[in-house]
Design a protein around this ligand. Structure first.
Ligand code: 5RP
Length: 228
């Protein structure tokens, strides 16, 4: 395991140890850091805890099965006690860019139905201003040419995400447009503008959703304090 992988494991485990308790319904995120939260949840269950999880992607659902974590759909009549997920960028107000793995839509729904949304990351994800990481938009394929033109009209370079073996499709059958903003000084305004474009299913800006951010570094895991 590389030092960065060890940090990801430390922070994924710390989030579960700190926030997950026997009997909870939880949300489990997608990506290489959330992986360790899934693994740790499986360890709790192996020791006798009754925990059920809403997975934020098909990949996470498969990992839950692998680690023995029972999964459920988004509940109609209850909130999740906590959701734990990674991020691509985290600013001092705890606003985030997510969707590097293409799971942004389900990740956002899970964050929205959780009482507490805990972000786990290594220190490289902290930024002063969001936007160096290309902002993902999940878009209905039929509307993609229109959305691409609308975003380009804002002066933003847009690239449709592809994989080595062809076009990228999300778990919902949609495409991802990666938008090179450079800097997003007003995330709420950018979120509102992009959400208003017909055909956009989800914007990878998570504004005012994260309640807690745990960051791993070489000296251990720290709990960030939000700056307002
Ligand atoms: C997936 C995500 C991930 O949480 C984000 O890309 C961070 O992943 P990692 O922990 O592997 O760096 O938003 O859609």
């Amino acid at each position: 395991m590389t030092p960065i992988e060890e940090q990801k494991r430390a922070v994924g485990y710390a989030a579960v140890d700190r926030f997950v308790r026997d009997g909870m319904l939880i949300g489990l995120g997608t990506g290489s850091t959330a992986y360790f939260a899934i693994e740790r949840t499986g360890q709790m269950i192996a020791r006798g805890a009754h925990i059920r999880a809403v997975p934020t992607s098909l990949a996470t659902a498969a990992l839950c099965e692998h680690f023995g974590v029972p999964t459920i759909p988004v509940p109609r009549d209850a909130r999740l006690a906590v959701a734990i997920d990674g991020a691509d960028e985290i600013d001092p107000r705890f606003d985030l860019i997510k969707g590097g793995g293409g799971a942004l839509f389900r990740e956002k729904i899970v964050a929205l139905v959780a009482e507490r949304f805990v972000v786990v990351a290594d220190a490289s994800k902290r930024v002063a201003t969001l936007g160096a990481f290309p902002l993902p938009l999940e878009v209905v394929p039929f509307a993609a040419p229109y959305v691409e033109r609308a975003v380009r009209a804002l002066g933003v370079h847009v690239v449709e995400r592809v994989r080595a073996d062809g076009p990228f499709r999300t778990d919902n059958g949609n495409v991802i447009l990666d938008c090179a903003y450079g800097a997003i000084p007003y995330p709420a305004a950018t979120l509102a503008a992009l959400s208003g474009i017909e055909g956009v299913v989800a914007v990878g800006l998570f504004v005012a959703l994260a309640t807690d951010v745990l960051i791993a570094g070489p000296d251990g895991v720290i709990d960030l304090l939000r700056e307002d």
